[in-house]
Write a protein that binds this ligand. Sequence first.
Ligand code: SAM
Length: 259
Amino acid sequence: MTTSSWSSFAKYFELLSSPGRPSADDIAFVRNQLLSLNKPINGILLGVTKELAKLASEEINITAVDNSLEMIKHQWIGNSSNRTVILDDWLNLPSQFTSVDFVIGDGVFTVLDRKSSHLLMECVRAVLSDDGIFIVRLFCSPEMRESFEHIYHNTTNNLNAFEWRLAQSMCDSNFEVCMKNFLDRFKQVISASDIEHFGWTKEQLSTIEPYANSPCTLTFMTETVFKELCKEHGMEIINRFTGSYELSERCPTFVLRKA
Ligand SMILES: C[S@@+](CC[C@H](N)C(=O)[O-])C[C@H]1O[C@@H](n2cnc3c(N)ncnc32)[C@H](O)[C@@H]1O
């Protein structure tokens, strides 16, 4: 996704809930993993996810990196003695950081195309210390594509879960889906009476309007493909956690370190 598409998204972010945002148990897992490093630690937050930024403390020093001024303006919870934000691209991390204890991120591979996913994994590996960890929540496609009928018949009032499932069912062979095509399909398959039936509010529906005319893509790798990506870049999975919200089974948090 481009910085301009994040600009149009920034003001709608408040309205998202899990799976789009990490839940309290996802965050507790990240905190425990960081504290298990057992020392004052310094690291990087990819983006400005406020639930993760709030983990900053005497023991946990966080520098957030985001390339959207609008997202920083609307979403950053503020600098403090152990938390700061810089405007930069994740793919520039190695020019700014070295030997950090951790990198954390939420859904970061979904906002990158496949090529950039490889570049990000390389950049994270390059900035981590030898015993540093990369903790990332992934939005995964199921290994078997779902039919629209199956998705529709299992739809609840969690709009974000429906969105993810519909988008995942439309992914191409690169696991990418164009946001504009997603919104067109949504409008084609969902009627006003569906919206009423599922109890989706106007406010919630406004969160997908920035997709209109967007040429940007979202990427939903399967877990198998993510594991291959890790292996290819010399990263070993040492832990995995799933929270307890709808679709959490497709949103695992992985802890990685250099193999
Ligand atoms: C971390 S991602 C996904 C959102 C996440 N699920 C949440 O709840 O916060 C969103 C953020 O990443 C930022 N972003 C996307 N691509 C980026 C890149 N290549 N470099 C730096 N920031 C990027 C966007 O500006 C946005 O603030």
